[in-house]
Design a protein around this ligand. Sequence first.
Ligand code: ADP
Length: 177
Amino acid sequence: LEAKEEFSHKTRAMDVMRPRKSDPALTVITQDTMSVEEVEAIVGSTTYSGYPVVVSRASQRLVGFVLRRDLIISIENARKKQDGIVSTSIVCFTDYCPPLPPSSPSVLKLRSILDLSPFTVTDETPMEIVVDIFRKLGLRQCLVTHNGKLLGIITKKDVLKHIAQMANQDPESILFN
Ligand code: ADP
């Protein structure tokens, strides 16, 4: 029996990840095009523990993952202590920040707070494998991709909810998986 067939009827990462089909899109930060005030607006209007950083919204290529608390602290510190950081400063997570016109404000470089290799699985990955990875690696969250493009996120709480649901439906499947 091929692994693919064996798992074809089971829950996959795409069934558990957020956003769900009817939900608004995943909240992401772009690597070198958002201003300090745009990033502050994202952090201020959402409560997620972290945000995937992508090359651009159009490409949805994953660059890394940044924690909400690190973003808040770094922006607050930079605004207080770093010369030239203002609301319109560009936030840059790349090694080399894009050249800007001479009149533009200083760039806020946040490469150091970016996790460059967040754990990812593809959307087809069976949830029992995802659960196993969360358990064994002690993950807090995992990103979901399809053909290299970012699709969604699964947090530890999402996994726990999924386990509880499975337990309600079919206790044996939890025992034996
Ligand atoms: P927790 O799952 O522990 O409450 P979060 O507050 O980070 O952690 O996430 C709350 C919910 O929002 C989860 O279901 C998660 O999958 C989803 N989520 C997390 N980060 C994002 C994001 N950047 N964009 C959209 N949804 C997200």
